[in-house]
Ligand binder design. Sequence first.
Ligand code: SF4
Length: 365
Amino acid sequence: MSVECRDDIVETGTGAIAAALLEHYDMHARDLPWRVSPATRRAGVTPDPYRVWLSEVMLQQTTVAAVTGYFERFTTRWPTVEALAAAPQEDVLAAWAGLGYYARARNLIACANVVANEHGGRFPETEAGLRGLPGIGDYTAAAIAAIAFDQPAAVVDANVERVVARLFAITTPLPAARPEIRKRTAEITPRELPGDFAQAMMDLGATICTVRNPSCLLCPLAPHCEARAQGIAESLPVKPPKKAKPQRTGTAFWIEQDGQVMLVQRPGKGMLGGMRALPDDGWVAGRDGSGQPPITGQWRVIDAAVTHVFTHFSLELALALYRGPQIDKVAIENLNGIWWPVERIAEAGLPTLFARAASVAIQHR
Ligand code: SF4
């Protein structure tokens, strides 16, 4: 960015905050595989909307550290939105395995198809246009509009929420504080370089204005920060009391014959929808599993369960093993699954819960 641009920002009142932050970003921007650095941007390179979109979907409720490897694998294998749209769904779901929140992967496929087939491979450039695509809500639309298309959108993720609540000492508890946080974010978002500003705010929240022990001495916004002045930074934003998560139980079934294990594809909608998995007893967020195995016979319940925490509940998954050779062929056909070589189970694209269950079953078979 040129110095002239930054001077323009300073003249717009609340622009002093943007100017200080952008100057800091120029020197300290995190090096992320989906990001165009300030220096590269000045050299005339613009962000690729496909990479911005993919990274923003992957980063929803997921850390940068967890996303980086997935992002690099996806963009190597499917370098354009058209390539992703043309990929078999099971390949994309398998490549997503382990990243969690699997509805995102199904929406990713749907969105790639809409962009490739209905928009000629080009993402809409406005927040409203982006919100019309599958899996893109208010936050993601604002982030893509700002970062990929330099639209002055107010981008508020959890990091930005924390920074803004502290900058303006907003003591209203969440979620009631969100409209004010959004309004304040819009007020300090500059017309020049709104994409860099959004990324600079995210960086500040991730590296300096952290949940605990914010590094106010290193912060470029310290002279503007109300919470720092009042000595209340660490108490903001005020969080609502946490609700206890319901505890559910269920059972997964390991059916093995001739070195192969039976895997099924979960229904397209619902928990882990569309993913390959071990057969189970129908547990869902609102109900325990029935405990009923999918075929009758000699089952061995092993003395080790897998626990997993989902967004709205915790699950304790028991494991029952059944090894051939006398397996009810009709019942197996009704499962509509596939036999998968046990020695290649790591390539099945199982979501984390079932990958851990498979690992425990292999140890106990
Ligand atoms: S001064 Fe401290 S509390 Fe305020 S924005 Fe900077 S790091 Fe956060």
